[in-house]
Design a protein around this ligand. Structure first.
Ligand code: NAP
Length: 406
């Protein structure tokens, strides 16, 4: 086995992944260490099963969150961020948002400081998982949520603060707009540049994965110059950069009788509130959804609930230079150290990471062993309480059960 080395990027952006690759991980707070231990065992087991020793991962821990603060005095150091940049791909458990003035969510800070502009959340039903839907198997979507702008940019001022009063005075004097005083103010910035790179990555994903449609989800009927512009810029980038590959719904009916030609991707848009209804009523019509930050937050969790909840939902934050794969739930502090919670979200995020690295055989091993384990009704407490006749096992036993099936 060659000496461990880091991932590098070719000039066209594709990854060069050595067979013995160094990957940084952040264990996470609360239940993070429990789910990370199980996840690491499963990822290592899958790589060994798929490549019989020809590939392996050399893990490198980054001290972030409570562990970082304890050992280095910093919640999120510049060194940890530099290490993620240098290694291109990393995986993380959930992090507590430290309580106190001036400290933002570490998760949001990581996304913004590394410019991880796309939050990618696949939502696909795993057989036997309890779901509130009649036909959860019809749900197979990937959400691309813009990660850097919108009301999430954190530009807001408290009601009655000097800054809020100055903004209110500015509107009154310069724009003749009269806001209640005092009132809290939040700003919703959205740009063509950031929208277009997000939509372009959603279309690229659709092309690379044989998906037939990309839906632009927005609330442009009300917020014309932010959400409405998101949809307009989305159509623009589809024409400018993917003109040969894409069709709008108008073109589909005008020139193709409503039948999508082989190999083409349909670009459509839906108003956010209507899309929430349609993903319940006709989920099979949606494959890739590209959307601004706040809509993306809501729709990702709602869709995760449709296929069995956040404990099973994987996610990644992907930028031009690096990508961080993470559990989509929080630290679930009341279960910390009990070896109890479901590690599937982080395990499936690990499978996404292996896909991203081009180690698809190992990713497939993870998904099929997880499917088999759940089907055999050997599951953690969260699923056991919903599945008749299930055998409840611990977080680590669930990880071990997956490895045993590889
Ligand atoms: P949470 O940690 O997601 O936990 C809420 C509930 O969800 C848990 O009590 C549990 O439900 C269920 N749950 C979460 N993870 C589970 C798992 N792996 N397996 C089974 N069930 C699971 O949300 P929270 O309590 O609102 O947040 C706690 C902390 O996490 C906060 O500091 C927050 O800022 C942080 N957070 C971090 C991230 C991130 O790192 N990306 C995301 C969200 C929140 P039951 O009680 O029903 O068993």
């Amino acid at each position: 086995m060659e000496t461990p080395d880091i991932i590098t990027k070719n000039s066209d952006g594709t990854l060069l992944v050595p067979d013995n690759v160094i990957l940084p991980f952040i264990e996470g707070d609360g239940t993070g260490p429990d789910i990370w231990r199980a996840t690491r065992m499963v990822i290592d087991g899958a790589v060994a099963a798929a490549y019989k020793g020809a590939k392996r991962i050399t893990w490198k821990e980054l001290l972030v969150g409570e562990k970082g603060f304890e050992k280095t005095g910093q919640w999120l150091s510049d060194d940890a961020l530099d290490q993620i940049k240098k290694h291109v791909v990393a995986i993380k458990g959930p992090l507590t948002t430290p309580v106190g003035k001036g400290i933002r969510s570490l998760n949001v800070s990581i996304r913004q400081k590394l410019d991880l502009f796309a939050c990618v959340r696949p939502v696909k039903y795993i057989e036997s998982v309890p779901s509130p839907m009649k036909h959860p198997e019809k749900i197979d979507m990937v959400i691309f949520r813009e990660n850097t702008e919108d009301l999430y940019a954190g530009i807001e001022w408290e009601s009655g603060s000097t800054e809020a009063r100055e903004v209110i005075a500015f509107f009154r004097e310069k724009m003749k707009i009269f806001l209640s005083d005092p009132c809290g103010i939040g700003i919703k910035p959205m740009s063509a540049k950031n929208t277009k790179r997000l939509v372009a990555s959603a279309i690229t994903h659709a092309m690379e994965n044989g998906r037939k449609s990309v839906t632009l989800m927005h609330k442009g009927n009300i917020m014309k110059f932010t959400e409405g512009a998101f949809s307009k810029w989305g159509y623009e980038v589809a024409k400018e950069d993917f003109g040969q590959m894409t069709l709008t719904e108008e073109e589909l009916y005008k020139t193709h009788d409503g039948v999508l030609p082989q190999g083409k991707i349909l670009i459509k848009d839906r108003i956010a509130d209507m899309l929430f209804q349609q993903v319940l009523l006709r989920p099979e019509e949606f494959e890739v959804i590209a959307t601004p930050n706040l809509n993306g937050d809501y729709i990702s969790d709602a869709l995760a609930a449709q296929v069995g909840g956040l404990g099973m939902a994987p996610g990644a934050n992907i930028g031009e230079h690096c990508a961080v794969f993470e559990a989509t739930h929080g630290t679930a502090p009341k279960y910390a150290g009990l070896d109890k919670v479901n590690p599937s979200s982080l395990i499936l995020s690990g499978a996404m990471m292996l896909d991203y690295m081009g180690w698809k055989a190992a990713a497939d091993v993870i998904r099929s062993s997880l499917q088999e384990t759940v089907k055999a009704k050997t599951v953690t407490y969260d699923l056991a309480r919903q599945i008749d006749g299930a055998q409840e096992i611990s977080c680590s036993a669930f990880g071990k059960a997956l490895v045993d099936k590889m």
